[in-house]
Design a protein around this ligand. Structure first.
Ligand SMILES: O=P(O)(O)OC[C@H]1O[C@H](O[C@H]2O[C@H](CO)[C@@H](O)[C@H](O)[C@H]2O)[C@H](O)[C@@H](O)[C@@H]1O
Ligand SMILES: O=c1ccn([C@@H]2O[C@H](COP(=O)(O)OP(=O)(O)O)[C@@H](O)[C@H]2O)c(=O)[nH]1
Length: 948
């Protein structure tokens, strides 16, 4: 995921904040302070607790013969202990006493059991087929409830009650979906739209859509079904539960659950790939789906690639900030990470010891004696690449006549989603290809392909895996593909070869041991078949060993524990982060103090503070409009009133140029401080500057060349040359490319030929700014106020300060300038090599320019003193321009010797706009809120208050 700059909010958590939050949230003393340290410790604790259970298992009863979770003999054959569904080989109850069990609500479209009605009130439960169910069956260490659809329509209440009872024994809770919803939501939106799209098969064409009604009605049904799941979860939710939502069927669930209660811990895991953002952006409901998922606290994927695609979709489609941790939206972080699923490998290795499985293996070996056995096990789904597999096998036979009659491909094709027309078409297509190949290469006694349109029971499957020479997985895309894991787990003896599609998530974990192929390249797959069949034993062993180690250590139990542990930690982390977020501005309080004050100072930023919001929902803003910022039209009237109030001084303090401030604010009676305070003007008078005559601006041309170079190479970026700074902005460029370019640019500015110039390089969220060294708003405010107090011949102390802006991190020193009790900040950090050469006079004159109030109290010079130099007219850059000799505000006293500022702490309101982390005391969400605030300030009651 992408990197963030310090200005993006990378303010580190201070120790005191962490300790306070830890005690507030009942974190045990000794709890590590960083996320990583906590997670590593959690993992250690799990290992310790597990090593205890291993001893117990070794001394325990062998219950293997009880075990037949995947039997499809019609009986309810999965086993449950008090935690719910288990594989029947779970460890004894006492084994995990050391750690309390986490209550977990597992929500997936499909329950691990599907129901078959045998009578009005009689139900038979069968284990559902699919990787999601297989993986979750291996998860034991939680007190889990399962919530999902039982795969059947139950229209009558009697039936619903009976089924709920039967499922309750298995700790399963049904969501009853009627036929129409299943048709629109499951067959339609899930399996005809999201499934193919997420697997890079594109959106259906209109004619395909027509068969399942319109996209919109399917989407509505999808949302409705998600709401039904949410309702059932809410009914069964208990405080402290973790709710783990699974898969593309339930992308709205995190949002609905958080709407029910923000305190629910919600995780969402996707079992399929998440495609490139370029694919996702074709989906009409792309933004809604992303935003709903982002409501979760933790979002998980099988691979880093899928996670990266998701973050990228959120940055490119929603315009949000991608960080190494996840996706940030106005300070709220949704953690995004990869959690590769696994299997319960022990279940398979132990099953191979069972007499019935051994018997089965003997039968199979007898039947296929003298031939090598190749195996494919897939749901009959277009993503599994079954036609491609068959065609590659055909090509292999065609090119290697010596293998005719010596090899057989056994393809188990489990029927799935049979109500969806695409799947029906695929079935006929596959049958046709099998028929053709068998016709072409078959003999009187044997055919090269055995194709079964059915599922097998667990024993049969294990036996098959164990006797196979080469497993062939040719998925065109596959979230993970657990069949490849299961095959490896069963090959301890035989050490067969795995041919694996590079487009399956499993390729990332089993890639080293498997032969990776591109399933679209039939020639390559055919050659790999030959290579695998003829591979020397030594190489097979090496490859197998590698994969076996992975499969037996990265188990489904480990997967679930890691996910839940990270989810729990995400909540801790969020609470720690929340501590850092300033509260919203208490508007009533701000108004109340405003009313009571007799001499007010209002400092306002311009860009993104007083400008109209340029962002449309779901899109990024309008570049042309933002390049020439304009005052929000609704502000004209209230701002005029505010400025006309004789007891209120308004200062616009902005990075913008004098020209821009003149254009936007020339008509108001106020002070304008352009270019971060390097220029000052009362709108009744002329511009003045504190820039020393000899200010060295030679660097501007060199920086301009650098900016031109990058602008030429970064579409939709632009730069602006101001009098004291140059700003390059890439907000509208491709975000990731823009960041890369910015990184290169910063590197060059910091270390290249101009690194010795006296300049500050300021990194913004989507900008790079180069300024004369030492220029910040906080540094300038001292001189500005000195001048204003002097010009106004102020008699009353300033007893109310409101400072509102959307400032760069570096300029946030303005907020701390007015803080009564802050310790002195260290001087502004700079990369400049020769500060003195360009330091504005005031910065040299005043030792207090960092705004430390404590030292300001030592002010000693009464205002009646004449300051040295007075007004000088200088022709500097933009003549005519007065150079004002700054009178340090912090040295000013009123005539009777009292301080100019009368801030006791509660009459000072600093407020950041549209930021989440800030040095300001408070936050306002948007420019609209600023508009509302200013309107309220000038409302009649505020004026009334003033009179009091
Ligand atoms: O429930 P169905 O519609 O019958 O489909 C079965 C499951 O198919 C998908 O499985 C995925 O999950 C596996 C485990 O994470 C993964 O290995 C595989 O690559 C995926 O295709 C689907 O995501 C599940 O929701 C379905 O239940
Ligand atoms: O006859 C069968 C064939 C397959 N499976 C199981 O179905 C799952 C398939 O998972 P995979 O991740 O490979 O793909 P998915 O079907 O979930 O897309 C595996 O656990 C198999 O053991 C099964 O129970 N019976």
């Amino acid at each position: 995921m992408s990197s963030s700059s310090p200005q993006d909010g990378g303010i580190p958590l201070s120790n005191s904040v962490v300790s306070e939050a830890m005690s507030r949230y009942n974190l045990a003393p000794g709890t590590p302070r960083t996320r990583l340290a906590r997670l590593i410790r959690e993992r250690e604790l799990r290992r310790i607790s597990r090593s205890g259970s291993v001893e117990d298992i070794s001394g325990g009863v062998n219950r293997e013969e009880d075990f037949s979770p995947f039997s499809n003999d019609g009986e309810s054959s999965i086993y449950f202990n008090e935690e719910g569904l288990t594989d029947g080989i779970a460890s004894e109850d006492g084994e995990r006493e050391a750690r309390p069990k986490q209550r977990l609500l597992v929500v997936a479209n499909r329950l691990p059991v599907s129901a078959v009605r045998k009578g009005e009130e009689t139900w038979q439960l069968e284990v559902s087929v699919g990787g999601l169910v297989s993986a979750l069956l291996g998860v034991n260490d939680f007190e889990a409830r399962w919530i999902g659809w039982a795969g059947v329509n139950v229209p009558d209440e009697v039936g619903q009650r009976a089924l709920s009872r039967a499922l309750a024994e298995k700790r399963c809770i049904p969501v009853f979906l009627d036929e129409e919803i299943v048709h629109q939501y499951y067959n339609g939106y899930c399996n005809n739209i999201l499934w193919p799209l997420f697997h890079y098969l594109g959106l259906p064409q209109e004619d395909r859509l027509a068969t399942t009604r319109s996209f919109q009605s399917q989407f509505d049904a999808y949302k409705k079904a998600n709401q039904m799941f949410a309702d059932v979860v809410s009914k069964h939710y208990e405080e402290g539960d973790v709710v783990w939502c699974h898969d593309y069927h339930l992308m709205f669930l995190p949002k609905y659950l958080k709407e029910h209660s923000v305190d629910i811990k919600v995780g969402w895991f996707l079992h399929t790939p998440f495609p490139s953002s370029e694919i996702h952006r074709t989906l009409p409901s792309r933004s809604e789906l992303l935003r709903s998922v982002l409501a979760a606290d933790l979002v998980g994927f099988h691979t880093y690639d899928y996670a990266r695609h998701f973050v990228s979709a959120c940055t490119r489609i929603l315009g949000l900030e991608g960080t190494p941790e996840g996706v940030e939206d106005q300070g709220k972080l949704t953690r995004v990470a990869a959690f590769p699923i696994g299997i319960d490998a022990d279940r398979f290795t132990r099953a191979l010891e069972l007499p019935q499985v051994q018997q089965h293996m003997r039968e199979l070996m007898g039947r296929f004696a003298g031939r090598k056995l190749m195996l494919g096990v897939d749901r009959l789904d277009m993503i599994k690449g079954i036609p491609q597999k068959l065609l590659a096998f055909e090509k292999f036979l065609e090119e290697n006549p010596r293998w005719h009659d010596k090899v057989i491909l056994l393809q188990i094709a489990v029927p799935t989603r049979t109500d969806v027309p695409e799947y029906q078409k695929l079935t006929s297509e596959v049958h046709e290809i099998v028929g053709r190949i068998n016709g072409r290469f078959g003999t009187l006694t044997a055919v090269p392909i055995h194709h079964l349109d059915r599922s097998l029971d667990f024993y049969a499957l294990c036996a098959l895996y164990a006797v196979t020479d080469v497993a062939l997985v040719t998925s065109l895309r596959d979230g993970m593909n657990l069949v490849s894991y299961e095959f490896v787990a069963c090959q301890a003896e035989k050490k067969g070869v795995l041919i694996l599609s590079e487009f399956a998530g499993a390729a990332q974990s089993l890639g080293a041991g498997a032969i990776l192929v591109n399933p679209w390249n039939i020639t390559e797959v055919a050659a790999s078949i030959c290579y695998a069949l003829e591979m020397p034993a030594e190489e097979r062993e090496k490859r197998h060993k590698h994969n076996f180690t992975h499969v037996t250590t990265h188990t489904s139990q480990e997967w679930a524990e890691t996910f839940v542990s990270e989810l729990n930690d995400t909540i801790v982390e969020a609470q720690l982060r929340t501590k850092q977020v300033p509260p919203p501005l208490p508007v009533d309080l701000a108004l109340d103090h405003y009313k009571r004050a007799g001499n007010r100072l209002i400092i306002l930023g311009f860009n993104a503070t007083l400008t109209e919001a340029a962002d449309n929902p779901g899109r990024r803003g309008d570049q042309i409009r933002e390049m020439e910022p304009k005052l929000h039209p609704d502000l004209k009237e209230p701002l005029k009133k505010l400025c006309n109030d004789p007891t209120t001084t308004v200062v616009i303090l902005s990075g913008s140029t004098r020209i821009s401030l003149d254009e936007n604010f020339g008509e108001f009676d106020m002070y304008l401080a352009a270019e971060n305070g390097m220029f000052l003007r009362s709108t009744r008078g002329k511009w003045m500057t504190t820039m020393p005559e000899n200010l060295n601006m030679d660097w501007v041309d060199s920086v301009k060349h650098v900016f031109e170079y990058f602008t030429e190479r970064t579409p939709r970026s632009h730069f602006e040359v101001r009098e004291t700074s140059v700003v390059w902005n890439y907000k509208y460029a491709d975000i990731e490319f823009g960041r890369l370019q910015a990184r290169d640019m910063l590197q060059h500015l910091w270390t290249g030929p101009i690194s010795n110039a006296s300049l500050d390089v300021v990194q913004g969220g989507r900008s790079v700014e180069v300024r004369a060294v030492g220029v910040t708003k906080g540094a300038a405010i001292d001189r500005i106020l000195g001048e204003i107090v002097h010009q106004q011949m102020m008699r009353e102390p300033i007893d109310y300060v409101l400072c509102v802006g959307h400032f760069l991190g570096k300029d946030e020193d303005i907020y701390t300038f007015f803080e009564p009790e802050l310790p002195c900040d260290p001087p502004v950090a700079t990369r400049a090599s020769s500060v003195d050469a360009v330091q504005p006079n005031a910065l040299r004159m005043s030792p207090l320019s960092n705004g430390c109030r404590a030292s300001r109290n030592k002010a000693h010079r009464p205002l009646s003193d004449k300051r040295p130099g007075n007004h000088h007219h200088h022709h500097h850059h933009h003549p005519p321009l007065t150079t004002w000799q700054p009178l340090a505000f912090d040295k000013l006293l009123l005539h009777e010797g009292s301080s100019v500022l009368d801030l006791k702490g509660d009459n000072y309101f600093s407020c950041a706009v549209g930021r989440k982390r800030s040095k300001a005391r408070y936050l306002l969400g948007s420019t609209d809120e600023v508009v509302a605030l200013i309107k309220q300030l000038v409302e009649p009651q505020a004026e009334l208050g003033q009179a009091v």
